[in-house]
Ligand binder design. Structure first.
Ligand code: C5P
Length: 293
């Protein structure tokens, strides 16, 4: 069973103060983007995990991997031993702030549900996802959604048409907890996070200029503080004609919103030519969530 799962970009990531449980309340506007990992599961004598693709050498291959934990949790709920071989074919930047690990978890869950014939309801799959990580429920549903709470409470959003993006992968990764700690240091009095009405309206009407004028990421100052060279990448994308340039999630991938596919390809070529990123990927949004192929 093979499941295709999308990456995400946050067009708004509003972050509040640290909660007693250590997480932060968010107003998180997710867009799934057409940059995918593929997760394949097959029956085996014992558990095994393999991973190929860019950055795969940094992916843990034991039971701590989020995809493994997804399979184990589904098996636990249905009394099935997780004797599966999981293979992850990666295209989403690893530790890049694009929810690649979350995507793999959602993919493994849907694939095992199909392999084992457990037929879990959407609500149960979403419950398992929320237990695995804040971004995993969105990887399952895809499209566009507002995430509140720690990001796991989802409300679908309407989007007209398509938006074209460039994602510049950086050399190296950023740890999400470290970026949130830096956020706490830089913003000790963060206000309560709220979704911006003008941004939701830009999505609903498919107005790329209005979206470019309203994208925000409260984690960006923290990511730039820990990874200062990202400022050069952002500036190079803007100089090459991107309408908006921002850090994707907790980074260090940077995201560039462009008027159309041709402009996106030009921005990607300029970014790689300027030597300010490892690779640049062009992708449209929104994209579907985890899909059994
Ligand atoms: O939920 P997830 O495992 O993806 O979160 C990774 C880390 O990111 C958490 O351990 C926490 O440090 C930070 N985080 C947070 N507030 C959120 C989501 C994540 O502080 N809403």
């Amino acid at each position: 069973m093979t499941v295709r799962v999308p990456a995400k970009v946050n067009v708004q990531l509003a972050v509040g103060g640290a909660r007693p449980d250590g997480f932060h309340d968010l107003a998180n506007v997710f867009l799934a983007v057409g940059l995918y990992d593929e997760v394949t599961v097959s029956a085996a004598d014992s558990f095994a995990l393999t991973c190929t693709g860019p950055g795969s050498d940094q992916v843990p291959l034991d039971r701590t991997n989020l995809a493994a934990r997804a399979a184990i949790e589904l098996g636990r709920r249905y009394g099935i031993a997780p004797d599966v071989r999981i293979h992850i074919a990666k295209d989403i930047p690893v530790a890049g702030g694009m929810a690649g690990g979350s995507a793999d978890a959602a993919g493994a869950l849907v694939a095992c549900d199909a392999l084992w014939g457990t037929n879990a309801s959407r609500a149960e799959l979403l419950d398992i996802c929320a237990g695995l990580g804040s971004d995993v429920p969105f990887s399952l549903v895809g499209g566009a959604a507002l995430g509140t709470g720690r990001g796991e409470k989802l409300e679908p959003l309407d989007v007209a048409g398509q938006f074209w993006w460039v994602f510049a992968a950086a050399d190296g990764g950023l740890s999400t907890p470290a970026v949130y700690r830096e956020f706490d240091r830089l913003s000790p009095d963060a206000p309560e996070p709220v979704a911006a009405p003008a941004l939701l309206e830009a999505l609903r009407t498919g107005d790329v200029e209005a979206l470019a004028a309203t994208v925000t990421n409260d984690l960006q100052p923290a990511a730039l503080s820990l990874f200062p060279s990202l400022k050069d990448t952002l500036a190079a994308g803007t100089a090459a004609g991107a309408l908006a340039a921002l850090v994707s999630g907790s980074g260090p991938t940077t995201a560039f919103l462009t008027p159309d596919e041709a402009s996106a390809r030009a921005v990607a070529t300029a970014l790689t030519g300027a030597g300010v990123c490892r690779t640049a990927h062009v992708a449209p949004s929104p994209a579907p969530g985890a899909t059994l192929l």
